[in-house]
Design a binder for this molecule. Structure first.
Ligand SMILES: Cc1ncc(C[n+]2csc(CCOP(=O)(O)OP(=O)(O)O)c2C)c(N)n1
Ligand SMILES: [Mg+2]
Length: 422
């Protein structure tokens, strides 16, 4: 005989589900229900005024200056280093292109301001602002970009691939998304460390394009099933080089994936530095309190070209970019807010921009005069014991240097640019 029990009483019949049983067949394709989109948390509107009901964080004038100065510093660095690349002084740079701002300053500075300075950060390649916020010097930035002997990676990394143990900033690696499962591991290690448990989190930045990699899913699954205080910060800037995000996913952005992994999730306006700060601060608190992963999706727009190797007008309208830059610029938005508080004016602006340009150019000029690492550094630091093939290559180079180093002009000149003459 067929069961006549009401559908709801069948709940829990199977060990594989705790879902209530229902008699109506219904498919769903929205995590918020009814087909609605995940909302975008905001504090300030595009003109820097608090939106209705917004919780404006209580920040001092001094703290607001620090936020603003770091966003402007990031933008100044971009301008000057892109020009340096165009002049052939450095080989590559990956933020923006001269005259147009990068456009994502609030995502990075707002996040950095909400983290503890000793939280472990695993970044993609657009998160230099975290280092600046933590006091990494301009000389340190230039040493890496120029690959001189003061660079902690001894000139062996591509430009902008920073790393600093002191600043809890894990070295950037070029293959996309590798940092995401690594972060789940770092989060788990923190949880196992009695000195850092409940004190620090692992925080991983990645673009929405990187979230198309399998490593994104591996990282999310790992951090949710082997729980760890890992904060996933997705920068959704609309593009993965030339691929628009409409071709990266069909669902409701990166946020929609969080609940799939049982991860607390929020979407935030990434051009609003106060909203980013509020969201990341709360996300960090949740991470520590529950010892579990949290996902924040920061919605922004990449105003600059992908890198100095890209011309984005080949795949998007120049007008669209200029409109975005003019109408919703994260720096301008926060500047308008500061002006409305009586904390900022035109002469402060001029003084700041002058000082930042002067300091960046000074560091750049200094870095150009610093010697490159010695040749021996090419062969060290990868293997604990030197393998035979590396030894052969090193010995061959030494023999060639002995033969031609002092007699062949091009080599002579080049050796003069290296530490200790090579
Ligand atoms: C595994 C891998 N595939 C492709 C690339 C080439 N690549 C470098 S950056 C990039 C786009 C990444 O886009 P997104 O993650 O959205 O970051 P964004 O540059 O927009 O900040 C691609 C495809 C790479 N570095 N690694
Ligand atoms: Mg992107």
């Amino acid at each position: 005989m067929l069961s006549t029990l009401p559908a709801s009483t069948l709940s829990g019949c199977l060990p594989t589900t705790r879902s209530p049983a229902v008699s109506k067949l219904a498919f769903f394709n929205s995590v918020t229900g009814g087909g609605s989109k995940i909302p975008n948390y905001r504090v300030l509107d595009a003109l820097g005024a608090p939106i209705e009901g917004a919780e404006v964080p209580e920040i001092s004038e001094q703290f607001a200056w620090r936020l603003y100065e770091n966003m402007q510093l990031l933008s100044t660095l971009d301008d000057i280093l892109c020009s340096a690349q165009r002049q052939g002084r450095i080989p590559f740079y990956s933020l923006t292109l001269i005259s147009l701002k990068y456009g994502e300053e609030a995502t990075v500075i707002g996040s950095a301001a909400a983290l503890a300075d000793d939280d472990e950060v695993l970044s993609q390649y657009r998160e230099t602002g975290v280092l600046l916020w933590r006091g990494f010097t301009l000389d340190g930035i230039m040493a890496q970009v120029f690959g001189n002997h003061e660079d902690s990676s001894k000139g062996r990394q591509i430009a902008v691939h920073y790393g600093s143990k002191q600043h809890h900033f894990h070295a950037v690696s070029s293959p996309l998304a590798t940092q995401i499962p690594q972060a789940a591991g770092v989060g788990f290690a923190l949880k196992r460390d009695p000195e850092r448990r409940s004190k620090n989190i692992a925080c991983v930045f990645f673009g929405e394009g990187a979230a198309s990699e399998g490593d994104f899913h591996a990282g999310m699954l790992l951090a949710s099933t082997v729980p760890s205080p890992t904060l996933f910060l997705a920068r959704n800037n609309g593009f993965a080089i030339s691929t628009p995000n409409s071709q990266q996913f069909y669902g409701d952005g990166i946020s929609a994936r969080g609940p799939g992994y049982g991860v607390d999730t929020v979407r935030v306006d990434g051009n609003d530095v106060l909203a980013v700060m509020n969201a990341v601060k709360e996300a960090r608190r949740l991470c520590l309190e529950g010892g579990r992963a949290v996902l924040v999706e920061m919605m922004t727009y990449r105003v600059g070209h992908h890198s100095t190797s890209d011309d984005s007008y080949a795949y998007r309208e120049r007008q669209e970019v200029e409109d975005r830059n003019r109408n919703d610029n994260p720096i301008t938005r926060f500047r308008l807010f500061m002006e409305s508080q009586g904390w900022w004016n035109e002469s402060d602006e001029q003084e700041l921009l002058f000082r930042l340009r002067r300091d960046v150019i000074k560091a750049l000029k200094r870095a150009e005069t610093v010697k490159k690492p010695g040749l021996e550094d090419m062969f060290t630091d990868v293997y604990a014991d030197e393998p035979w093939n590396i030894r052969e290559q090193r010995e061959e180079l030494m023999a060639l240097l002995k033969k031609y180093g002092q007699v062949w002009k091009p080599w002579q000149n080049e050796l003069g640019t290296l530490k200790n003459g090579g």
